[in-house]
Design a protein around this ligand. Structure first.
Ligand SMILES: C[S@@+](CC[C@H](N)C(=O)[O-])C[C@H]1O[C@@H](n2cnc3c(N)ncnc32)[C@H](O)[C@@H]1O
Length: 298
């Protein structure tokens, strides 16, 4: 459990209407990194903690790096310049947003999983103090973000690879939109429901492929039953919350059927360049496993 109490005991205070524990950790007498914990938070996603290490490990492989690489590239086209304020909701171990802190952004990672936030804290330990000081870790459900951190506050709101784990993503989607300031960016990555048949098809599992054409759910590589989303439906739902789509991309196409432990014998730069190109253009982006929707709040 990362209370980050360090040399100072945690204290209680209120953020908005919510009581939080504030732990501070001093680094060699330098700036303290804040760790906030929502006292009213649920137990988080109970399915998540047991697979957290496995998920974090996948980022050490080329397969895992493709996602953060293409998303980082997409984001650089849309984010306002640093030091804008970014909240990464369901940000886990910070693989997407800690590099943004390195680039000068102020980053808040909100996640209900103490295990994932512990991984983020470990990764921050390896960063220079000034980068770690730009990152705040908040242990809370993303649905609480506007109440905890302030409505209409953030220049950019990220939520990558989270809504597919929620049976009803609507409350979280509303919270993401409410967290963005007018003119702010909302960036969502989720599983593409229209391409559910691709994975079993590329594996040559024909009965599973036939069943997947109309499937709305699928067990993923972590063994978790996940939901798929439809780009147009998600676009419509965001619009009802005042967020208009300004761009969308595919994420992961040619590497999709790779074994997770495939050794990185391929030329990494070329793989990343190919996946980035496929993410941007039709028909390739339409066939990708995930899609990345970028919207702007009115
Ligand atoms: C697949 S990981 C993605 C982590 C990170 N966004 C990334 O792309 O590396 C899913 C994350 O969603 C978090 N999560 C699950 N339910 C959530 C909720 N209601 N609000 C915010 N995060 C949630 C999990 O704890 C987990 O860290």
């Amino acid at each position: 459990m990362v209370t980050e109490a360090g040399e100072q005991p945690p204290r209680h205070c209120h953020l908005g209407d919510v009581e939080v524990t504030v732990g501070q950790r001093n680094q060699d007498g330098g700036d303290a990194r804040r760790y906030l914990r929502d006292q009213n938070a649920g137990m988080g996603d109970a399915r998540w903690d047991p697979v957290a290490n496995q998920f974090v490990h996948h980022y050490t492989q080329l397969y895992g790096q493709i996602r953060t690489h293409v998303l980082h590239d997409h984001l650089t086209e849309h984010l306002p310049p640093a030091p804008a304020e970014i909240v990464d909701i369901g940000g886990g171990a910070g693989h997407q947003s800690i590099p943004l802190a390195s680039a000068g952004y102020q980053v808040t990672i909100v996640d209900p999983s103490a295990v994932m936030l512990a991984e983020a804290a470990l990764r921050l330990d390896a960063e220079p103090d000034e980068v770690a000081a730009r990152v705040e870790l908040v242990e809370a459900d993303g649905e609480q973000a506007p109440v905890l951190l302030g409505e209409g506050r953030f220049d950019s709101v990220l939520c990558h690879g989270v809504i597919m784990y929620l049976d009803d993503p609507s409350p979280l989607l509303a919270a993401l939109c409410a967290s963005a300031r007018p003119g702010g960016i909302v960036s969502i990555v989720t599983k593409n429901r229209r391409t559910m048949a691709m994975r079993p098809g590329l594996d040559g599992d024909w009965s599973a492929t036939l069943a997947a054409f109309d499937a709305e759910r699928q067990v993923n590589g972590l063994g978790i039953d996940t939901r798929g989303d439809d780009l147009d439906e998600l676009t419509d739902e965001l619009r009802t919350h005042g967020v208009d789509q300004i761009a969308w991309y595919g994420v992961r196409l040619f590497s999709e059927q790779w074994a997770r432990d495939r050794p990185a014998g391929d030329p990494i730069d070329e793989v990343l360049a190919v996946e980035l190109e496929a993410s941007r253009r039709d028909p390739y982006r339409q066939l990708s496993r995930l899609f990345h929707l970028v919207g702007r709040r009115r």
